[in-house]
Design a protein around this ligand. Structure first.
Ligand SMILES: Cc1cc2nc3c(=O)[nH]c(=O)nc-3n(C[C@H](O)[C@H](O)[C@H](O)COP(=O)(O)O)c2cc1C
Length: 550
């Protein structure tokens, strides 16, 4: 494959276009599901030593969601129990579901089709109960355990994380596109990126509930992440691609860490790769081949380089809202997707304003963890929100984007400010009228786009961002959309409703609805928030039934 910058950009644009669902043709996919080869959702490494983590049930009323996300929690020291809690609240199984003879796990982080392509690797200093040396561990979701793949002496560890505060550590995320491609074919690469964005955001929120700071390291290239996480062996149909690298710390991260700081790979011993332990389990017996995914993954490879932009924008201050007595960890662990919404219940105006405010790029988690300039702006299709006329609304997350967005959303040149009802949020009404029926059609005919309180299209600055940052930015745009989705999930839960990510939508139908005629802006993700209709046939079982409570 031609890997020149021009060819890589062309490959990304080509992928984006061919992975669009269209009214007359869905993006290429297997059509029928090959159940015999359904990928194992749980990665395990053979030949490694394993530490079961204490189960960290969320019995505490504190911190509240608002305290946690606003950074008002006294930092917990870095201990094995705290790491366990972080993972338990971010990536662990939250329940097993059963219907008839089927049984499946759901997790704190959502995933398109519940297929879970995202894997996590932790680089930790020595911790009592885990290891006397620093080490690299794969997080085994199925058992809530850490599997040690490599150790590091004290000197190498301190050189590796030099510049991070005491107690600072790293989490690398990888992604296995085959898990998604098995069901979704070519569109799977997008879903992997959404899922990664959800996972990043939830890790940042769970860290905030421990009083910790977190930041994606925007400059960490794929080789850096692959080296740290031991992903250099992964090739073939079950290839695991490096995703993102996060720094976490009980003490404040120095300003600009996310843009500038990189781990010192030279500190790793020469034997690091050769002595890496663990043979990954095979996920499927046989595989269908989706070469386009390998092509776009190659085109989106990121080289290590500090971010070129000057600062992440946090330009609009959210309104002061009274705190809510909602335990953060219960919200994290009870987050679920609605499969069906009731088409009736009305969301209070206050809850809507809170939810919209939580989407602003601000000091509140997860936003400080995303170091890039803001690119994604949610467009709301309001159906049932008290005090707000049904219609199309937009949250301008970056004021400088206004003129570009106004020009691009050709159907809605006139924006009405909503100062009073929206408490000064940069929320605009673009048009009045309930577009529920259109939203349903545009979202692959899914009724939940019409039956909730509102649906969302996440409109991202697209070609200008790729041009400025390079083709790898394709991934981070979906991560930002996924992070917005995660906040919507949490806030929907806090409002007594439910959210559902919508990856299946007819891209250009959404664009036509908004008057978007070129690729300056593209809608990269959908969402719906509403009152869930529970399916009485599905039973719930504990997350880790074989384990005793800590
Ligand atoms: C990126 C993404 C896309 C999704 N797309 C859809 C969708 O189009 N329709 C739908 O009903 N659910 C969708 N979901 C919801 C998933 O099916 C759901 O997260 C998964 O089944 C796990 O269930 P849980 O969220 O309750 O843990 C999506 C979720 C994500 C993260």
């Amino acid at each position: 494959m031609d890997l020149s910058p021009v060819a890589r950009m062309a490959a990304v644009i080509d992928y984006h276009e061919r992975s669009k669902h269209r009214l007359d043709r869905y993006a290429p996919s297997p059509g029928q599901l090959d159940w015999a080869n359904q990928p194992d959702p749980f990665r395990r490494y053979a030949g490694v030593s394993r530490t079961l983590l204490p189960l960290a049930e969320p019995v505490t009323a504190v911190p509240t969601l608002d305290e946690a996300l606003a950074g008002q929690v006294a930092p917990a020291p870095l201990t094995l129990a705290a790491v366990s809690r972080l993972l338990y609240d971010a990536l662990a199984i939250s329940a097993w579901k059963r219907a008839g003879s089927s049984r499946w796990a759901v997790r704190c982080n959502p995933s398109s089709g519940n297929l879970h392509p995202t894997e996590a690797y932790l680089l930790l200093p020595p911790l009592p109960g885990l290891g006397e040396e620093a080490g690299m561990y794969h997080y085994e979701v199925q058992d809530h355990a850490l599997a040690c793949r490599a150790s590091l002496d004290a000197g190498s560890w301190s050189r590796l994380v030099h510049g991070l505060p005491d107690g600072g550590f790293l989490i690398a995320l990888g992604s296995i596109p085959w898990r998604e491609a098995w069901k979704y074919g070519e569109r799977a690469y997008r879903y992997c990126q959404h899922d990664l964005g959800h996972a990043l955001a939830q890790l940042a929120c769970a860290a905030a509930a421990l009083g910790w700071e977190a930041s994606v390291l925007a400059g960490a290239g794929d080789d850096c992440i692959a080296t740290l996480a031991g992903l250099f062996d992964h090739s073939g149909p079950e290839a695991e691609w490096p995703g993102a690298l996060l720094a976490l710390s009980p003490r404040p991260l120095p300003a600009g860490t996310g843009r500038r700081w990189l781990p010192a790979l030279a500190a790793l011993p020469e034997t690091w790769a050769a002595t890496m332990a663990g043979v990954p389990n095979r996920l499927s017996g046989e595989h269908a081949s989706w070469p386009v995914i390998d092509e776009v993954a190659l085109a989106c490879r990121r080289e290590s380089a500090p971010g070129q932009w000057t600062a992440a924008s946090a330009s609009v201050l959210p309104p002061e809202l009274p705190p809510r007595p909602l335990p953060a960890r219960q919200i994290f662990r009870s987050r679920r997707s609605a499969v069906e919404m009731d088409g009736e219940r009305v969301l209070s105006g206050e809850a809507f304003v809170r939810l919209v405010a939580a989407l602003l790029p601000q000091a509140r988690a997860p936003w400080p963890a995303l170091p890039w300039p803001v690119a994604v702006h949610p467009v709301f299709f309001l159906h049932r929100v008290r005090g707000f006329a049904p219609g199309v609304y937009l949250l301008l997350r970056e004021p400088a984007a206004r003129s570009g967005l106004q020009a691009a959303l050709g159907r809605f040149p006139h924006w009405t400010e909503l100062d009073e009802v929206a408490l000064g949020l940069p929320l605009f009404r673009l048009a009045e009228g309930d577009l529920g029926r259109y939203a349903q059609i545009a979202n692959c005919h899914q009724a939940l786009a019409a039956d909730g309180a509102f649906a969302v299209a996440m409109v991202a600055a697209f070609e200008p961002v790729l041009a400025a940052e390079g083709p790898a930015a394709y991934r981070r745009l979906f991560w930002e959309a996924g992070a917005l989705g995660q906040v919507l999930y949490l806030e929907a839960e806090a409002a007594g409703m439910r959210g559902t990510g919508i990856g299946c939508y007819f891209d250009d139908v959404i664009h036509e609805l908004l008057g978007i005629t070129d690729r300056r802006f593209q809608s990269l993700y959908g969402f719906s928030v509403g009152a869930a209709v529970e399916d009485g046939r599905v039973g719930t079982e504990p997350a880790y039934p074989a384990r005793s409570m800590a």
